[in-house]
Design a binder for this molecule. Structure first.
Ligand code: A2P
Length: 272
């Protein structure tokens, strides 16, 4: 059975933790949340230029006392910088805000029509220059990945997409896995909305866990890397306690039946 310190090996040999902390909307609690997470064993922190808190992520990493090299930091290039052809500039800005010399994983935040290859070329160059340890995408559906594959020299290591019990994305997960792309889930708890499902409460009672822990266990068991966001120390600690129990195949299948296509960001209509 995997543990909280287990790693998954990306297609370029780099190791990535199998559960991390998301910081979208963490506001002024970002730095303390990052510090708390790292001091409690988290080694993966996921931010983005768009979140406007890369500086605070960098501060949280520093104040944790854990060496930078032991932390896996992800950030992403935002849409307007792709549209304007300023991807490189965006990366350099992120690096300055984080106050780091490199990023572990750099992602294309959303597929912008007509910009997929241009942006990817910039990411490939950053990888060749060793400014990023791995490159990947976010919110890419199968056809976006195919479009990328047609011209890419380097295959994406990760696809981070919205995935939770109300949007299970089974085909996309399988598509990624078949191509050696690690699937990563944003909003793994469905922004907390999915947690009210009676099934999750029932399973929580059976295993002595919270609905959030059942959902995170579901992701981990699927080989999907979840990055739950929380600014509360007790939840940050709770969310990592999912490695000492296992859901049965029937229970996993029951969770998948909660899918109702509840999508909060449509990758085919990126108009933001
Ligand atoms: P908070 O930051 O106040 O703890 P997601 O990552 O799926 O978007 O979910 C994030 C939402 O779920 C946030 O509103 C977060 O609130 C809440 N959340 C995070 N962890 C838990 C938990 N263990 N139990 C209940 N709600 C949680």
């Amino acid at each position: 059975m995997s543990t909280f310190s287990s790693k998954i090996t990306l297609n370029n040999g780099i190791e990535m933790p199998i559960l991390g902390l998301g910081v979208f909307d963490s506001g002024e609690s970002t730095a303390p949340a990052v510090q708390c997470a790292i001091q409690n064993g988290y080694r993966l922190i996921d931010t983005a230029a768009f979140y406007g808190n890369e500086r605070e992520v960098g501060e949280g990493v520093k104040s944790s006392g854990v060496p930078r090299e032991e932390i896996f930091v992800t950030t992403k290039v935002w849409n307007d910088m792709q549209r304007e052809g300023r991807q490189r500039e965006s990366f350099e800005k992120s690096l300055r805000a984080l106050d780091m010399e490199y990023v572990d994983l750099y992602l294309v935040h959303w597929p912008i029509p007509g910009k997929i290859h241009e942006t990817w070329k910039v990411l490939e160059r950053l990888y060749e220059e060793k400014l990023v340890r791995a490159i990947g995408v976010s919110n890419f559906l199968e056809h976006h990945l195919e479009e990328l594959d047609a011209q890419a020299n380097i295959a994406p290591a990760v696809d981070q997409f919205e995935c939770h019990p109300h949007l299970i994305r089974k085909e996309l997960r399988e598509y990624c896995r078949a191509r050696g792309i690690v699937p990563e889930a944003w909003s793994p708890l469905g922004r907390g909305e999915a947690l009210t499902e009676p099934l999750l409460k029932k399973l929580g009672e059976k295993y002595g866990r919270t609905p959030a822990q059942i959902v995170l266990r579901y992701h981990v068991q699927n080989g999907v890397v979840p990055i739950p966001k929380s600014v509360h120390p007790e939840r940050i600690c709770q969310n990592k306690e999912v490695f000492d129990f296992a859901l049965s195949p029937e229970e996993m299948a029951d969770i998948e039946k909660l899918d109702c296509g509840d999508m909060h960001g449509d990758p085919d209509h990126v108009d933001w």
